[in-house]
Every structure is written in C-alpha cells, then in structure tokens.
Design a protein around this ligand. Structure first.
Ligand code: ATP
Length: 406
C-alpha cells in the first residue's frame, strides 16, 4: 500500500534502518521507518488521506508520522533532493540522494533499504556492505570520523553488538578506543549520554553491555569513580534474576527495570559521587531526588532487615509489611538483588507476592460509628488492625471490630 501511494506520486519509497535490518535477521521490529526520495510529507499526507490514518508532519525536518487506526506508527523521512544538471539521468540523481542519506547513518548494518514501490517491491539496496556485515555479524562504522561526528554512536555500537550477538569490527573498535583516549566523549551532552545509558539498561541483557562498556573504558565518562567491582557485578547479575522473576509473576505491573540496573551499577558510588554523576547526566532535579531517595531508602531497609535476621528474634509478617510499605517495586527488586542473605530475599518476596495486597476490612467510618473522635489516632488504630490481620490474629470483620474495642 505504501509503495502504491509512492507510485501515484511518482516517488520511490523505501523501508530502511532497523526495520530492514531486523527483517533480514529474521527478527521483528515494530517501528517502520520509511524514506521517500522526494517530498516525504506530501507522501505521508496523501497516504493518510486515502487510508483513514492520521498524520503529524514536521515541515522543518521534512518528516512525518503516519498513525494507523490501531495506533501503529510509521515514521516517514525525506531524502534531501540534490538537483544536478543531468537531464535524462534522473534515477542516478535520485539514487545518489538515498545513498547520501544512508551514508549519514551510524553503522553499515543500518544502511539497508528495501524498495516498496510495486514494480521493484522487495528490491534490496545495499550501498555499504550491510548484507555482508549482517551475515558476518559485524558492527562497522561507515567512515573514520563517525564517532567524532557523534559520540553517542560509541554506546549504540555496544548496544547493537550485545543485543544482536555481533562483534564490533577491529577497525571500528580502534576508532572507539581512540575516541575515548582523545576525550571526544567528554563533549557528549549529559542528556544524550543519559538517554543512551537508559536505552542500554532497558535491553534484555544489559549486564553484558555494561561489561563491554567497562572494557572499552566508557564507564569513566559517566563518572570517574564508576567502576565494575566484584560486588556491583554480583548485584547486577542478581538484578537480572530478580527482574526475570518479577516480570514472569507480574506481567501487568509496570517496573522500570533500567532503574534497578542503574541503582545496582552505581551502588558502590559514594553519595557525593552519585550526586555529581546525576549532574553530569543532566538528570532533572526532581528525578535526581527520586533516585537518591530510592538509593537511601533501599540501603536503610536493607540494613534494618539484615540486622533483624542476624539478631535471631522472630520476624513477624507485620514487621516485613511496615518495613517495605511505600517502597517502589524498583527499590524492592534492588534490595532483593543486593542482599547476601536468603532470609531477607524471602522477606521481600513474601511482601511482593502476598503481604502488599493485604488490607483490613474496617475503615475510618467504622471507627466513627463506634464513637472514636476522628484524628491521627485513626491511622494508628487501622495499622494495628492491619498488623493483627497480617499476623493471623484476626481474619473476619467481627474479629477486627472486637480487636479495636479491646
Ligand atoms: P531499535 O530496534 O533499537 O529501535 P533502530 O535501528 O530502529 O533500533 P533507532 O535508534 O530507532 O534504532 O534509529 C533508527 C535509525 O536511525 C537507525 O537504524 C540508524 O541508522 C539511525 N540512527 C539513529 N541514531 C543515529 C546516530 N546517532 N547516528 C547515525 N544514525 C543514527
């Protein structure tokens, strides 16, 4: 359908980038990127008008997003047309503009284009050896200045290498090491660095990518004190296990897994260094406070629970509930990963799987009905009822009422 609209406007249309790459690799990619040789906005608007879709255009960039009725999005870009005096040789001119467009990309494996116009449907256009590198499982830049031009590509290289199980080509590896040595990564803005880091931590196997970043000397650009030691590496490996466990159990609970990995990766940083790192990464003040809060509360509760376990005194279910109430799933998972004590891990898993759902049946209205004057005492009483319920001392509404009257 996209190709037909292209034909109607006499515009060559291509699927490019990650979509073409993943198609060849046999994987799936839900983002479709289209490049139109010519006016991509005209193309997107024509397509939308004839297919009951919405379209959002950005005239300044020559890009548009087509939104299908089911919400599916197609990104449309325009190649910059170059007008040469070459009458009768239009195809060469048009092709060269696609080629220029692809040349600006990060790695050869992202430079494939698949034509969508019906007459040439499926035609694979491969100017830079993408097919060969996909076959050989290699990440390779297109030219020597690639990382100088855009240092985020260093992190993108690691991400694709680990995600696809590829290998960064030797020369590309040397270019990265050189960019690191020459300090080009210092020029990378905090926002962009944070963005790349978050994307890496959202991958399925971030630990391998972190190890690779360490081996290329990239962690120091996040903060000079950030290193991989036996301890934070252990925690990172544990995060993988607990995140898998949690996602399996609670598919609908939203948990920002990157935050858990982030807390684990930076767990050995001193508070001051953590703060500096947030500044380097241009984390907003609001979010920085949130991260610091997670870190501090996580450590506090971890210490409390480890002390209790060492003390050998019995731990009640209500104790666990009130220690962990109010902590986000990210912090709970961080505690599970960080602790070396099985008992503490069991406390958190008991809380996550059972205790956090428990509520008492009595409400403030019931307390009012039995003549208690409203005030902060209500919270204390209801918490006491909840404790009794958690510890199995009451199980019905009547028992709860009797408990209050005592
Ligand atoms: P993913 O599956 O992670 O979305 P993707 O290849 O679609 O992979 P995007 O980050 O969405 O990755 O980028 C889309 C395309 O834009 C890429 O295929 C790449 O060619 C190009 N691109 C993105 N960032 C850069 C960059 N920093 N330098 C050059 N090209 C880039």
């Amino acid at each position: 359908e996209l190709g037909k609209v292209g034909d109607g406007l006499e515009l060559p249309v291509f699927a490019i980038g990650g979509f073409a790459r993943d198609l060849l690799l046999g994987g799936k990619n839900d983002d479709i990127d289209i490049t139109v040789e010519g006016d991509g906005i005209l193309f997107a608007e024509t397509f939308a008008a004839t297919h009951e879709c919405r379209v959002k255009s950005h005239a300044k960039f020559g890009t548009a997003v087509i939104v299908l009725p089911d919400g599916f999005k197609i990104d449309v870009a325009s190649t910059r047309l170059e007008f040469y005096e070459t009458p009768g040789a239009l195809p060469t001119v048009e092709r060269s503009s696609l080629k220029m467009d692809l040349y600006r990309r990060d790695f050869t494996i992202n430079t494939l284009a698949i034509q969508l116009n019906p007459a040439n449907f499926g035609l694979l256009i491969d100017y830079f050896g993408a097919y060969r590198d996909l076959r050989d499982k290699v990440i390779r830049v297109l030219h020597n200045l690639s990382f100088v031009e855009d240092p985020t590509r260093v992190f993108r290289a690691v991400r694709f290498e680990q995600r696809l199980g590829f290998q960064i080509a030797r020369h590309t590896d040397n270019l990265i090491r050189n960019a690191v040595k020459m300090g080009f990564l210092d020029k990378l803005g905090g926002r962009r660095l944070l963005n790349e880091l978050v994307i890496i931590l959202r991958e399925r196997e971030p630990v391998r990518a972190i190890l690779r970043m360490e081996s290329l000397g990239l962690l120091g650009f996040i903060h000079p004190d950030l290193t991989l030691e036996t301890e934070n590496l252990r925690v990172l490996d544990e995060v993988k296990k607990v995140v898998t466990w949690f996602e399996l159990l609670y598919q609908r609970d939203q948990v920002e897994t990157w935050v858990v990995y982030f807390l684990a990766l930076t767990s050995l940083l001193a508070d001051a260094a953590f703060f500096e790192m947030c500044t380097r990464l241009s984390v907003s003040e609001h979010y920085r406070e949130k991260l610091i809060d997670m870190r501090v509360h996580g450590e506090q509760m971890l210490a409390v629970m480890e002390r209790k376990v060492a003390g050998k005194k019995p731990v009640l279910r209500s104790n666990i509930y009130f220690w962990l109430r109010g902590l986000s799933p990210e912090v709970l998972l961080y505690i599970m990963a960080k602790t070396c004590r099985d008992e503490v891990r069991k406390f958190v898993s008991l809380y996550v799987t059972q205790l956090r759902e428990v509520t008492c049946m009595l409400t403030g209205d019931d307390l009012k009905a039995i003549g208690l004057p409203p005030g902060p005492r209500y919270r204390e009483i209801l918490d006491a009822v909840l404790s009794a319920r958690l510890n199995g001392e009451v199980s019905t509404r009547e028992e709860e009422s009797r408990f209050v009257k005592q």
